[in-house]
Ligand binder design. Structure first.
Ligand SMILES: [Zn+2]
Length: 164
């Protein structure tokens, strides 16, 4: 019986340790996810933003703000301000949407199989708030060969160091 208690005690120490490691020095949780209800999102997003980000809509090709925009800076999630892409990873693509060959870091975005509209695609969402950003394709340039095809409405550009 005592052995079992000791075992349980050791396990709880082990898990407590794991959880404490996920905290940064400032005490904030790393990669803390944002979970808001549809009603909360509706309050902070415009109708068009809500349609794209929360209902997986797609803006018309060649209609967005950033498909033909190449200033140096960073692109953030329009819903939660999570840094997603650097302008260094943006490339000229003829598809009509802003295109990147890689995210800022692997955890900036998440991937989901998307079988809608009779197609087999991979959806890209924000790694922090889960909002829909666009899709990823295998026809991008070197070094990754990937094309992150992203809705302009789902992202916000800022020059590095500029506050939102
Ligand atoms: Zn986000």
């Amino acid at each position: 019986m005592i052995r079992i208690l000791i075992l349980i005690f050791c396990f709880s120490l082990f898990f407590a340790n794991i959880f404490s490691q996920t905290k940064t020095k400032s005490g904030k949780m790393e990669n803390q996810k944002i979970n808001k209800s549809n009603e909360e999102w509706k309050k902070i997003l415009s109708d068009t933003e809500y349609k794209i980000l929360r209902e997986k809509g797609t803006e018309r090709a060649f209609s967005g703000k950033y498909w033909n925009f190449y200033d140096a800076g960073t692109y953030y999630c329009a819903a939660c301000d999570n840094p997603l892409f650097k302008s260094d990873a943006k490339f000229k693509s003829s598809c009509g949407w802003p295109s990147y060959f890689e995210p800022i870091n692997p955890k900036s975005v998440e991937y989901h199989e998307d079988l809608s509209y009779g197609m087999h695609r991979v959806e890209v969402t924000c790694g922090k708030c889960g909002s829909h950003l666009g899709h990823i394709f295998d026809d991008g340039p070197k070094p990754t060969g990937k094309r992150y095809c992203i809705n302009s409405i789902a992202i916000k550009f800022r020059i590095n160091g500029e506050k939102n």
